[in-house]
Write a protein that binds this ligand. Structure first.
Ligand code: B16
Ligand code: MG
Length: 222
């Protein structure tokens, strides 16, 4: 049936901006390892899992072959401990503009809501933002085989909500995330510069431009 049933949100970069904290924690680790790491490279890590991010950083620093899997797990753990300390500062004032209004409008319309974040810290961040109560489902990334851009995370969200993928709107800020939504057969909303998202059904420059009525209109006229 062709009707809207659910919204499935990414977290980092859509609901709150944790990219800077990921950057600072990766930067400290990269400095320690003597590999260069820039904000530009950090952009490429958006939506990418922790271990895949570490692999990219090591490859970029030409140190990809220098560490065993066990050593890499220790490095990723160290980055995460630093990241968790940094995100202790997160509070409801860090919710990106327009997001809480949209979540309220979605729930008032009786639609379902899920979180499809690649972050293992997602529940903690939602709690710190005081937004957890809006979500019917938070996908547990530990139960997934593949990360974004694979569609598994968005398909799992739809399955847990018991809705059809074609009746879902996915909201993302990463190219890998938009690929994941589209390959799941869903309607994709991207946040960011238009030229980055040729596969998105709608692109909004910032979360402040999101509007429930506009989104519904565009979904129904697709
Ligand atoms: P963690 P999202 C992603 O979250 C981030 O964009 C990405 O930079 C990060 O590496 C990934 O989560 C894993 O995060 O280390 O906390 O498990 O954008 O999918 O909400
Ligand atoms: Mg994101």
């Amino acid at each position: 049936m062709d009707k809207l049933q659910a919204f499935i949100f990414d977290l980092d970069g859509v609901i709150t901006d944790t990219a800077e904290y990921h950057y600072l924690a990766w930067k400290a680790l990269a400095d320690e390892l003597g590999v260069s790491f820039s904000r530009e490279l950090n952009e490429e890590l958006k939506g990418i899992s922790r271990m895949d991010s570490l692999d990219k950083i090591l490859e970029f620093g030409q140190k990809g072959a220098e560490f065993t899997t066990e050593e890499k797990e220790k490095l990723a753990k160290k980055k995460n401990e630093h990241y968790v300390l940094l995100i202790k500062k997160i509070s409801p004032s860090d919710i990106l503009p327009g997001i809480e209004k949209l979540l309220t409008d979605i729930k008032s319309a009786g639609l379902s809501l899920a979180l499809a974040s690649a972050s293992k810290n997602a529940t903690m961040v939602l709690e710190a933002l005081n937004l957890k109560q809006y979500f019917d489902v938070i996908v547990d990334v530990n139960t997934l085989k593949k990360g974004k851009p694979d569609p598994e995370i968005f398909l799992r969200a739809a399955e847990l909500l018991n809705v059809q993928p074609e009746n879902c709107i996915g909201v993302e800020d990463a190219i890998a995330g938009v690929d994941s939504i589209k390959d799941a057969g869903m309607f994709a909303v991207a946040i960011g510069p238009e030229h980055l998202f040729p596969r998105a059904d709608i692109v909004y420059q910032t979360t402040n431009d999101l509007s429930y009525n506009d989104l519904i209109g565009k979904f129904l006229n697709r």
